[in-house]
Write a protein that binds this ligand. Structure first.
Ligand code: ZN
Ligand code: ZN
Length: 256
């Protein structure tokens, strides 16, 4: 399946940039890419897309892993498609166990109809090195099986780390990308704690961007709910290593 429907991959909208839980009007990470590609789908993501009038664009969801801050919106979306009487099916791509994960949830939430609701998803489980259309998956280093992605159309590329600690495989996978969207869950100075927890700091993310030769770095999965507004501290730490770093605002649109 073509990810872009033959169109040029040009724009990315940051639907959410918060880490682990929502904060203010900001939900956990999710990106809508031209061509109906959604990278991660936290709770309320379908609602946010609906408020933008863009829910129907979504054709394929690439899940980095199955932690709730990245996946719960898939249940809402499948439910919505079923209730609405839509014949639409959305491709749901993720690591091993993805189909069973949503099947178990829907079995509990709606035992009589879970198979019908589930049928609105076309599930595909992939591993490191696998490609789906114009996306390639890489191994991420998290507390559960997790994937990073690289999306390429013509000469442009978008990479997304999901939740991860730094690794050589990611440096290779992200090599030369136009935009690297990387998590920075822990604040600068907490590098050891981040590594123990399968996460990164802005120092880690900037180092990966520098080593990979990325053109731009966007930091997401920031701990606003726990630490408040960390943008200034994060930018200072990251830009000392990789100058072309920014922190996207919710609904910010970036051209690749
Ligand atoms: Zn997360
Ligand atoms: Zn996680």
């Amino acid at each position: 399946m073509k990810l872009s429907g033959g169109e040029k991959l040009a724009r990315v909208i940051f639907l959410g940039t918060a880490g682990s839980t929502f904060s203010g009007r900001n939900m956990p990470p999710s990106l809508l890419v031209d061509g109906g590609v959604l990278l991660d789908c936290p709770a309320a993501c379908p609602y946010v897309l609906a408020t933008m009038g863009r829910l129907d664009e979504v054709r394929i969801i690439l899940l980095s892993h199955l932690h709730p801050d990245h996946s719960l919106g898939v249940v809402e979306l499948l439910w919505h498609l079923w209730i609405r009487g839509s014949g639409k099916r959305v491709e749901v791509v993720g690591p091993r166990g993805t189909r069973r994960f949503f099947e178990r949830m829907l079995e509990v939430l709606h035992p009589e109809k879970f198979e019908t609701i589930l049928s609105h998803g076309v599930f595909r489980e992939i591993g490191p090195g696998d490609t789906v259309g114009n996306a390639k998956a890489f191994e991420a280093l998290h507390t559960v099986e997790a994937l990073a992605y690289r999306l390429t159309v013509s000469d442009r590329s978008l990479c997304y780390s999901g939740d991860t600690s730094p690794s050589e495989k990611l440096v290779e996978g992200f090599a030369g990308c136009d935009l690297l969207v990387h998590e920075a869950t822990y604040p600068p100075g907490m590098e050891d704690a981040a590594l123990r927890d399968g996460h990164s700091t802005p120092v880690h993310a900037a180092t990966i961007a520098l080593r990979a030769g990325a053109r731009r770095l966007a930091l997401v999965h920031l701990p606003y709910a726990r630490l408040g507004d960390v943008d200034e501290e994060y930018l200072r730490a990251a830009r000392a290593i990789f100058k072309n770093t920014f922190i996207p605002k919710p609904f910010e649109e970036v051209t690749l």
